[in-house]
Design a protein around this ligand. Structure first.
Ligand code: NAP
Ligand code: ZN
Length: 346
C-alpha cells in the first residue's frame, strides 16, 4: 500500500481537513502518478455537499488531475516514469460492453468507475485528486502535450472534455451559431473550443460583468440573461446551445432561442429537476439533450486539439488550505475561471 497525503471532507456541512489515504500497490497495468495539480470542478462541490445523493465520507474529491508518472506496473506499455499525464472523471470501466468497445467508456453498460465517490474492481472506494498520489490503470491515463503547462492541463480533464465532446458530437463548426450559457469553468472552455472549431459563439451570462473576458476568449457576442431584451433579440437564432449552469434555470426561455432543428445540450447538472414545457420543443422540432464528459480516445483528441490551437483554461492556482474558500467563491460565481490546487502545498 502507498500512503498519500490528501484533503478530505467528512460531511456536507464540514470543512476540508488534512488526511492520509491508501493507494493500492501497482497491479500489472497500473501507473502511480505523483499529482502536481488538481482542478476544482463544480461537480466536486455538488458531490462533497451531498447534493447528488448519499456519499460515503470521508471523501477526497478531484477529477481534474495532472502529474508525473512515478512508477509503472510490470506490463505497462503506454507510459514510462517521468511522463506528463492526466486523469479525468473515470478510472476504469468493463472494457467489453458495446459502449466501451465504441470508446464511450463514460457510458459503460456495466458502470464506469468514477475517480472519486465510486468503488473500484477491488471493492475499494475511489478517492480523487486532492491528494499527492493516485494509482490508475494505464488505459485511463492521458498524455499531456508538451506545450500545455501542467497547472493549465488539469481543468481540461473535465471542463475541457465535457464541452469538447458535445461541440464535436453536434457539429459545432464553420457556419454554426453556438451559444454557451454560463461563463464559469466549463463555459469558458466551451467558448474557446467552439471558436477554434470555427463556430460563431455567443455567451449568455447572468450579467455583462465578464463581457471583456468572454470576447477575449473568442466569443463573437455576449448577452446578459437578466435583460429580457436578450430573449427577444435572439429568438430562433442558435443551432446549438450548451447549458453549463450548475443551478436550476428556466430552460424553456432558452428553447425559444433555438432555430428549426436546433439542439440544447445540458451539461450542467443541478440537483433540482428542470421543468420542460414541451410546446417550446414541439414548435421548432427542437431537441433537448444531455452529455457526460467524453471517452478516453476523445479526451486525448481534445488535449491534442487544445495544444494545436493554443487553448488553455484561465486558472487561479491556490494552496491546499484554500479549498473551502474556493468552494464559496465558485458558489458565488466568483471564479475566473477555474481554481487549481497546487498539490505541493499539501
Ligand atoms: P461553475 O464554474 O460554477 O460555472 C457555472 C456558471 O453557471 C457560473 O459561473 C455562472 O455563470 C452560471 N450560474 C451559476 N449559478 C447560476 C444561476 N443560479 N442562474 C444562472 N446562471 C448561473 O461550474 P462548472 O464547474 O463549470 O460546472 C457547471 C455544471 O456542470 C455543474 O453543475 C457541474 O456539476 C456540471 N458538470 C457536468 C459534467 C458533465 O459531464 N455533464 C462535467 C463537469 C461538470 P455566469 O456568471 O456567467 O452567469
Ligand atoms: Zn468535473
Amino acid at each position: 500500500m502507498i500512503t498519500a497525503k490528501a484533503r478530505a471532507i467528512d460531511g456536507p456541512d464540514k470543512s476540508f481537513r488534512a488526511a492520509e489515504i491508501k493507494r493500492r500497490d501497482l497491479d500489472l497495468h497500473d501507473i502511480l502518478i505523483e499529482i502536481k495539480y488538481a482542478g476544482i470542478c463544480h461537480s466536486d462541490i455538488h458531490t462533497a455537499h451531498g447534493e447528488w445523493g448519499a456519499v460515503n465520507y470521508p471523501l477526497v474529491p478531484g477529477h481534474e488531475i495532472a502529474g508525473i508518472v512515478a512508477e509503472v506496473g510490470a506490463e505497462v506499455t503506454k507510459y514510462k516514469v517521468g511522463d506528463r499525464v492526466g486523469v479525468g472523471c473515470m478510472v476504469d470501466s468493463c472494457g467489453d460492453c458495446e459502449n466501451c468497445q465504441k470508446g464511450e467508456e463514460q457510458f459503460c453498460l456495466n458502470g464506469q468507475v468514477p475517480t472519486y465517490a465510486g468503488v473500484d474492481k477491488y471493492g475499494e472506494p475511489t478517492q480523487g485528486g486532492y491528494s499527492t498520489h493516485i494509482v490508475v490503470t494505464e488505459d485511463f491515463v492521458l498524455k499531456i502535450p508538451d506545450s500545455i503547462e501542467l497547472d493549465a492541463a488539469a481543468p481540461l480533464l473535465c471542463a475541457g472534455i465535457t464541452t469538447y465532446s458535445p461541440l464535436n458530437h453536434w457539429g459545432a463548426g464553420s457556419g454554426k451559431k453556438v451559444a454557451v450559457i454560463g461563463l464559469g469553468g466549463l463555459g469558458h472552455m466551451a467558448v474557446q473550443i467552439a471558436h477554434a472549431m470555427g463556430a460563431e459563439v455567443t455567451v449568455l451570462s447572468q450579467t455583462l460583468n465578464k463581457k471583456e473576458d468572454g470576447l477575449d476568449l473568442g466569443a463573437d457576442s455576449y448577452y446578459a440573461t437578466s435583460d429580457p431584451e436578450t430573449f427577444k433579440k435572439l429568438g430562433g437564432y442558435f443551432d446549438l446551445i450548451i447549458n453549463t449552469v450548475s443551478a436550476k434555470i428556466d430552460i424553456n426561455a432558452y428553447f425559444g432561442l433555438l432555430t428549426l432543428d436546433g439542439t440544447l445540450v445540458n451539461v450542467g447538472a443541478p440537483s433540482e429537476p428542470l421543468s420542460v414545457r414541451v410546446q417550446s420543443l414541439i414548435g421548432g422540432r427542437r431537441s433537448f439533450a444531455g452529455s457526460l464528459i467524453g471517452g478516453i480516445r476523445e479526451t486525448q483528441e481534445m488535449l491534442d486539439f487544445c495544444a494545436e490551437h493554443s487553448i488553455a483554461p484561465k486558472i487561479e492556482v491556490i494552496s491546499a488550505d484554500q479549498i473551502d474558500e474556493a468552494y464559496k467563491r465558485v458558489l458565488a460565481s466568483d471564479v475566473k475561471y477555474r481554481f487549481v490546487i497546487d498539490i505541493s502545498t499539501m
